[in-house]
Design a protein around this ligand. Structure first.
Ligand code: NAD
Length: 386
């Protein structure tokens, strides 16, 4: 690739064991006095939310602590009303991709209501939000680094569809990475959100809009994830492994931020929005199948993945290496003890044709450098994963 076009987002990243303790000082220094917190009931129960409440004191003026996976639109309406009433000047997402997505959605909706500061400015790819988002991730999903969020909306026919919004202004202005917050991340979520991070790296490497920076971030991200994920799943309290994994997740999110994703992410969004499959579980089921599908046309890029995994010999062809990479990912997922088939996560076989129909229309799927030929090919892929 000899030409590229990318946007570097303006963010402040604080990465440190115990970084959460710095939250109130960081907020104060930046002049934010009325904060709104988005999080989930698990983070309320495990004490992380209380910690943030204690640290922020009177600076925390309102909260929404029931965020459900994939950000349902009715929850966004309630959170937005609370944020508006509290007249906030920044919004915190504490947790995984869902509460961070909710924080981005609240920030974006408030921004839209405030209107354009100057005509035309909204279209700048480096625009900053007036009610910015602060992200404190506790999973490896990587949303804290990206200008993207999704909201699940109920359609007129009663079905659910996840809509994705891309806008530079939702990129979290401040990201606080504290590996200690992941010590109580349950084994399954550790594994599935870790595979999500690996998927960001792999799809960044073969993305239609890849660039040398995203490829470098993704290759290094693979290295960190590959050498720490199994250990994090086996020994949850290993802070060294948790720290390395969080660096991998950060690199994966940073790679994801400047490129378009492809087949794997598109299918996972459809499975999440329409079939209710948890995002991490969808990732661990779909990733090896998406890699296998792409192994011929994208063999050169997937051979890079194989190299980053430490696979292959001098005389292996790129296509062999690509297939070895998908087999190795499949083996890692088997060791992680996570769902490997759609039937294991409640997807009925009878739903597959409907899902295939939605998948071929999905914009992210359409961005895959190797196009899906049609519904039959989508259905074959789903059947292989079922
Ligand atoms: P999630 O945010 O939906 O959280 C899953 C579960 O993990 C929740 O029940 C939560 O309470 C629990 N949890 C999180 N941290 C915990 C901890 N430390 N201890 C105990 N429980 C904890 O899951 P996710 O996989 O992080 O995010 C998935 C969502 O994020 C999807 O909607 C996905 O589309 C989106 N996503 C967006 C981007 C982006 O760039 N915008 C990137 C990745 C994922």
């Amino acid at each position: 690739m000899t030409s590229f076009h990318m946007t570097v987002q303006s963010q402040e990243i604080v990465f440190e064991t115990g970084a959460l303790e710095k939250l109130s000082a960081l907020v104060e220094e930046r002049g934010w006095k009325r904060l709104f917190l988005c999080t989930t009931s698990h983070l309320r129960q495990n004490g992380h939310m209380n910690k943030v409440e204690d640290l922020l004191g009177e600076y925390l003026v309102a909260a929404y602590d029931e965020v459900e996976p994939h950000v349902p639109d009715h929850q966004l309406a309630v959170a937005l009303a609370r944020a508006e009433e509290a007249d906030i000047d920044a919004v915190i997402g504490l947790g995984g991709g869902s509460p961070i997505g909710m924080a981005k959605a609240v920030s974006h909706e408030l921004e839209t209501k405030l209107g354009n500061p100057k005509p035309g400015e909204i279209s700048l790819p480096t625009q900053q939000a007036r009610i910015p988002c602060i992200a404190i991730p506790t999973t490896y999903a990587g949303s804290e680094m990206t200008p993207v969020y999704g909201v699940t909306r109920i359609q007129k026919d009663g079905s659910a569809l996840k809509e994705t919004v891309r806008d530079a202004r939702v990129t979290p202005r401040l990201v606080l990475y504290d590996p200690e917050l992941t010590l109580n991340l349950p084994e399954t979520l550790t594994s599935t959100t870790g595979i999500n991070a690996l998927a960001h790296c792999i799809e960044a490497i073969y993305s239609r809009t890849r660039n040398p920076i995203s490829t470098s971030l993704a290759l290094r991200g693979i290295h960190y994830i590959w050498h720490s994920l199994l250990q994090c799943a086996t020994d949850a309290k290993d802070i060294q492994a948790r720290t390395r994994m969080m660096i991998g997740a950060h690199l994966a999110g940073a790679a994801l931020a400047s490129v378009e994703m492809g087949l794997h992410h598109g299918i996972c969004h459809v499975l999440g929005g329409t079939a209710g499959v948890p995002h991490g579980a969808a990732n661990s089921i779909v990733l090896p199948h998406a890699m296998r599908f792409n192994a011929d046309v994208l063999s050169g890029e997937l051979a890079l993945v194989a190299e980053a995994l430490g696979l292959g010999t001098n005389n292996a062809s790129e296509q062999d290496l690509a297939l070895q990479a998908s087999d190795a990912v499949f083996d890692l997922i088997a060791k992680l003890n996570v769902p490997q088939q759609l039937r294991d996560v409640g997807v009925k076989e009878s739903l597959l044709p409907n899902l295939a129909e939605i998948i071929i229309k999905n914009n992210t799927v359409r961005n895959n450098p190797k196009p899906l030929k049609g519904k039959k090919e989508a259905l074959d892929l789903l059947r292989a994963a079922w």
